[in-house]
Design a protein around this ligand. Structure first.
Ligand code: SAM
Length: 390
C-alpha cells in the first residue's frame, strides 16, 4: 500500500526515516503524577528538588498543556561520547532502558571484558540482533553504542554466582542520551507512563501472560498470580510497595474480563458445565466487581466483559452494579459495533443502548447466505459494559 501511494523510492525513504526515528528515544520522558495523594504542584516541586540534587542533571520539568497529571522531562542527546576499548554488551531490552536514562542492571548484561573489576570504566553496547551469548568475553556481532559507565561488579559476580543475578551492574556516567534514571525515585508520587497490572488466579495462565508480554516486548505489563477477590490491601492489613495487594482507589482503569460460563464461545460442540456451575458465576463476578470498584480511582473507568450470553452474568450484573454502587455511571462505548443490551433485567432503554451485546445468532444462517460474512456480527457471543466512577 505504501508503495502504491508514494512510489518505491519514496516508500523506501519513509521506511528508513521510520526506522531511524524508532531507534532513538522520544524527546521527553513522560511521567504520570499520582494526583490521588499529592497535587501536581507538590510532585513538580519534589521532582525539581530531586533533580537538583543529582549532579549535572538539567532541572527542567514541564507540565503538559492538555493532560493534568503528566510531567515532562526533556531528554538531551545524542551527546558526543567516545567509545572505549573495554566493552560491555547488554541485551536489547536493557539497551532501550539505558537510552531512556536507566543504569545497567546485571540481568541485562550478556558480555564483559575477561577481567572486568569493580571501578573499571567501560563502554556499553546493545546487542541489536540478539546474537551475543551470555557470558561471552567479546562480541563481534552488530552492536549499538549507548555510552560509558563504571562497573559496580566484578565479571565473576555476574556470570559465576549461583542463582539469579540481581542489582546494579554498570553505573552510566556518560550516557548517549541524558535523561534521569527513575529507579526508586519518588515512588509514591510518580510512575512512568502506562503500566498495566494483570491479576490471574491460575499460575500457568499468569505465566502465559508474562510470556506473551515478553514476546511482545511489553515491559510495562506486570502479571501476578492472585485471587483478585483479595487484591485490596486494607482487607489483609498488608501494604506492598510493588505488587498486590493494592491500596483502594489506586487504579486509573480496570478491565474486569470476568470468569464466566463461556456460553458465547464458538465453535462449541458440547458443553462441560453443570447448571449449578453455570449459576455459580454470578456471585463470583459480583465479588470481583466489588474489588474492581474499590481499586478504581474516582474519575476512573471500569470495563466489565464476559464471553457468555446469559442475562444473569450480563445485564443483571449491570443492573445490580448500578444499584449497589451509586458512584458508578454507565458510559457510551466507542466504537459501538454490537447490539444493545437485552430486556429483562430492569434496565431502561437508554441504559441498554449504552451496552454492547454481540449476538451472532441474530444474523447467522445454517446454510450460509448470499451476503459475505460480517466481522461485526458473525462473532462469538460477547458482552461489554463501561462505567465511570464519580
Ligand atoms: C475470561 S478470562 C480472562 C482472560 C484474559 N482477559 C486474558 O486475555 O488472558 C477470566 C480469567 O479469570 C481467571 N480467574 C477466575 N477467577 C479468578 C479470581 N478469583 N482471581 C483472579 N483470576 C481469576 C480465570 O483463570 C481466567 O483466566
Amino acid at each position: 500500500m505504501v508503495v502504491s501511494e508514494f512510489g518505491a523510492s519514496e516508500a523506501d525513504q519513509c521506511f528508513k526515516a521510520l526506522l531511524s526515528c524508532l531507534s532513538h528515544p522520544p524527546l521527553f520522558t513522560c511521567l504520570r503524577a499520582n494526583t490521588h495523594i499529592y497535587t501536581l504542584q507538590e510532585t513538580h516541586h519534589s521532582l525539581l528538588q530531586h533533580l537538583e540534587q543529582m549532579k549535572g542533571r538539567s532541572p527542567a520539568v514541564l507540565t503538559h498543556p492538555q493532560l493534568p497529571d503528566v510531567l515532562l522531562l526533556p531528554v538531551s542527546g545524542p551527546r558526543r561520547v567516545s567509545p572505549l576499548d573495554s566493552e560491555v554488551i547488554v541485551d536489547s531490552q536493557c539497551g532501550s532502558a539505558v537510552l531512556r536514562g536507566a543504569h545497567v542492571f546485571n540481568p541485562g548484561i550478556l558480555s564483559t571484558p575477561k577481567f572486568m573489576k569493580v571501578g573499571d570504566v567501560v563502554s556499553v553496547f546493545s546487542d541489536v540482533e540478539g546474537k551475543c551469548t551470555r557470558g561471552a568475553k567479546e562480541f563481534r556481532g552488530k552492536k549499538v553504542f549507548l555510552g560509558n559507565g563504571v562497573s559496580e561488579v566484578d565479571r565473576a559476580q555476574i556470570f559465576c554466582s549461583e542463582g539469579p543475578v540481581k542489582g546494579l551492574g554498570i553505573r552510566m556516567t556518560e550516557p548517549l542520551y541524558q535523561s534521569p534514571s527513575f529507579d526508586g525515585v519518588l515512588k509514591d508520587q510518580l510512575f512512568l507512563q502506562g503500566s498495566v497490572v494483570a491479576l490471574e488466579k491460575v499460575r500457568s495462565k499468569m505465566e502465559k501472560i508474562k510470556e506473551n508480554a515478553k514476546m511482545l516486548k511489553l515491559d510495562c505489563i506486570k502479571a501476578y498470580c492472585i485471587n483478585s477477590i483479595n487484591a485490596v490491601s486494607s482487607d489483609i492489613r498488608q501494604e506492598n510497595t510493588e505488587g498486590p495487594p493494592f491500596p483502594e482507589e489506586s487504579f486509573d482503569r480496570v478491565l474486569l474480563d470476568a470468569p464466566c460460563s463461556s456460553l458465547g464461545q464458538r465453535p462449541m460442540m458440547s458443553y462441560g458445565y453443570s447448571l449449578k456451575e453455570v449459576c455459580s458465576y454470578q456471585l463470583l463476578q459480583r465479588k470481583l466487581f466489588t474489588t474492581a470498584v474499590r481499586l478504581l480511582k474516582s474519575g476512573g473507568v471500569l470495563v466489565y466483559s464476559t464471553c457468555t450470553v446469559t442475562l444473569a452474568e450480563n445485564e443483571e450484573q449491570v443492573s445490580w452494579a448500578l444499584q449497589t454502587f451509586p458512584c458508578l455511571t454507565l458510559e457510551p462505548q466507542v466504537p459501538h459495533l454490537g447490539s444493545e443490551g437485552m430486556l429483562g433485567a430492569g434496565l431502561s432503554h437508554e441504559q441498554r443502548r449504552l451496552l454492547q451485546r454481540f449476538r451472532p445468532e441474530l444474523s447467522w444462517k445454517a446454510e450460509g447466505g448470499t451476503q459475505p460474512p460480517d466481522a461485526n456480527t458473525d462473532t462469538i457471543g460477547f458482552f461489554i459494559a463501561k462505567f465511570s466512577k464519580r
